[in-house]
Design a protein around this ligand. Structure first.
Ligand SMILES: Cc1cc2nc3c(=O)[nH]c(=O)nc-3n(C[C@H](O)[C@H](O)[C@H](O)COP(=O)(O)O)c2cc1C
Length: 194
């Protein structure tokens, strides 16, 4: 209740599976009285960290783009929701780029609560492990980070909920929109966030 919740949706596919989970999580979290903001980082300009360490000397990143604003929102949030499709057994490049850019505030992104929202095509749930390890590695770098919950959805496991998906106006026959129970689950986790 009354928490500042920042949902970071990293899929480039607006309305894609992990983006749907973000929206449902947001509805649940809002219904429970929290202040919720969703940011679609694929729509932002967030360049790669160059490892120049200018931030350590000046306190500011040498790259001038949207990362500063997003990282500011992360610093201000009580709860951060990290959402990603599984890409080659890991997280999206968009989310990893953001993780790397937080070096500008390192080690001060402390005491945040985190939720994970992940989607993938595979039936084998072990295949979430790489993406979970990437997210957990990020949390491990910041003191007081607390993993509070996750929703991991395999498209293949939810075949009874399949429906062809339209992404940016195009119908994609080989990808499917997750529906039903799994989406409701994201709503519940959002609603019950602590
Ligand atoms: C570049 C790329 C890599 C992918 N790698 C995997 C993978 O390693 N394992 C998997 O199960 N699905 C993989 N997928 C499928 C997506 O994870 C899956 O379709 C997911 O539900 C998409 O989520 P979104 O709609 O939020 O983008 C990949 C898709 C793309 C485009």
């Amino acid at each position: 209740m009354n928490k500042k919740v920042l949902i970071i949706s990293s899929t480039p596919r607006k309305g894609g599976n992990s983006d749907i989970l973000c929206d449902e999580f947001a509805v649940g979290a809002k219904e429970a009285g929290n202040k919720v903001e969703k940011v679609r980082i694929a729509d932002k300009k967030i360049g790669y960290c160059t490892g120049c360490y200018a931030c350590q000397k000046t306190g500011a990143c040498a790259i001038k783009d949207d990362a500063k604003k997003v990282i500011g929102k992360m610093m201000a949030a009580d709860v951060i929701v990290l959402a990603s499709p599984v890409y080659f057994y890991s997280i999206s490049a968009q989310l990893k780029a953001l993780f790397d850019r937080t070096v500008v505030v390192y080690p001060n992104l402390t005491n945040k609560k985190f939720y994970f929202l992940l989607t993938m095509a595979d039936t084998n749930r072990k295949m979430f492990d790489g993406a979970l390890a990437a997210m957990r590695g990020f949390l491990a770098c910041y003191e007081g980070s607390k993993e509070c919950g996750m929703v991991c959805v395999s498209e293949a496991e939810t075949s009874r909920h399949y429906s062809p998906v339209r992404i940016n106006g195009d119908t994609c026959q080989h990808v499917y929109r997750i529906m039903g129970d799994v989406v409701a689950n994201a709503f519940s986790v959002g609603k019950e966030l602590t």
